[in-house]
Design a protein. Structure first.
Length: 338
């Protein structure tokens, strides 16, 4: 019998999208799967939709937990999975119908612990899919996982991947972190020594909906990406993983940059500025002295950290079109989560 694939889906108020996601998995050419729907305390009809689908296909399993966030839901899925392999899928995304087949073939051919596919960002739930008759799967370094290709960084997401179960259990998602939790999990697995590969195929469709966390107004929860990379910097501080240390330091300061900029004019501004200063001061010397980070990037973010106004002035001198952006940027009000 073929190996079983456990597909873990965190579900929180996704009644409009969860059926489309699940059906993309039920339609897989690789049939030995279980679909674990971890209901993270939904208040809509997500549970009813899943129950109806369970009546059609017993490969679907429903697990309820009190609301604890996406990380807690994925960890619950890891604890409950019966498969030989693990996949993570977000409940408003969907997958190519040959995804499981190709990823299982790739991981078994290369004997790696994690195989990654490419993903497509889309505003459509009906991307055209064609049959994949040939694909390659090659060993991937840490640099390969975290370089940008067509606007995507493979290593930042836990989705579009297949893990050997024993490898997936070498780390957990950081509970309480709702933004940046994927990269935290993946980097901890890399430090645990897993072997990684990448296939050349686009198999995962990352659906951007109008009211998703990507497109919605700034909230305090979005600052948790800075907390996630602060945690990673602590985790890597005394390690020999020089590339990962440099990547996490640079990304930490990038998150400080974006969060401070996007929080301006919101009721989260005071909290974000205070925490950004605390975390930035903790890592500023490490960031400035890390020669694996491009010198221009170090100068840019150190200037921003010291004075946002001086940074913006320098940007406008270098690129006059930025003047219009800084003058006309909207001040969005902060929407506190209940």
């Amino acid at each position: 019998m073929s190996a079983k694939v456990s597909i873990i889906i965190p579900v929180y108020n996704l009644e409009e999208y969860i059926e489309h996601c699940i059906r993309s998995l039920l339609n897989q050419t690789y049939e030995n799967i279980e679909i674990l729907c971890i209901d993270d305390g939904s208040s809509d009809d997500s549970a009813a939709v899943i129950a109806r689908l369970i009546d059609e296909d017993k490969r679907i399993k429903y697990i309820y937990q009190e609301n604890g966030g996406v990380s807690a839901a994925r960890n619950k899925g890891l604890e409950s999975a019966d498969g030989d392999y693990i996949m993570f899928v977000d409940g408003d995304d969907y997958m190519h119908y040959q995804s499981a087949e190709i990823l299982v073939a790739g991981i078994e051919k290369t004997h790696c612990d994690m195989v990654s596919a490419h993903q497509m960002h889309t505003f459509s739930l009906e991307e055209e899919m064609t049959e994949i008759t040939d694909f390659s799967c090659t060993e991937a370094s840490h640099e390969d996982l975290f370089k940008e290709v067509n606007g995507n960084v493979i290593g930042k997401s836990s989705c579009a991947k297949l893990f050997r179960k024993e490898a997936a259990l070498k780390a957990r998602f950081p509970v309480g972190i709702s933004n940046g939790e994927d990269a935290n999990y993946i980097i901890r697995l890399l430090v645990a020594g897993i072997k990684t590969c990448i296939t050349d195929q686009v198999l995962y469709y990352y659906y951007t909906r109008e009211n998703s966390s990507v497109t919605s107004d700034f909230t305090e929860s979005k600052f948790s990406i800075t907390l996630s990379f602060d945690d990673l910097c602590e985790y890597l501080k005394d390690s020999d993983y020089e590339f990962l240390k440099a990547y996490c330091l640079q990304y930490l300061f990038q998150t400080i940059f974006y969060n401070r900029t996007n929080s301006i004019g919101t009721t989260a501004q005071k909290y974000v500025l205070k925490e950004s200063k605390r975390i930035g001061e903790k890592w500023l010397n490490d960031f400035k002295n890390n020669e694996d980070i491009d010198n221009n990037i170090r100068k840019m973010f150190v200037l921003f950290f010291k004075s946002r106004q001086l940074y913006e002035l320098a940007r406008m001198v270098k690129d006059p079109t930025m003047f219009i952006f800084y003058v006309t940027r909207p001040f969005k009000r902060f929407k506190r989560k209940d």
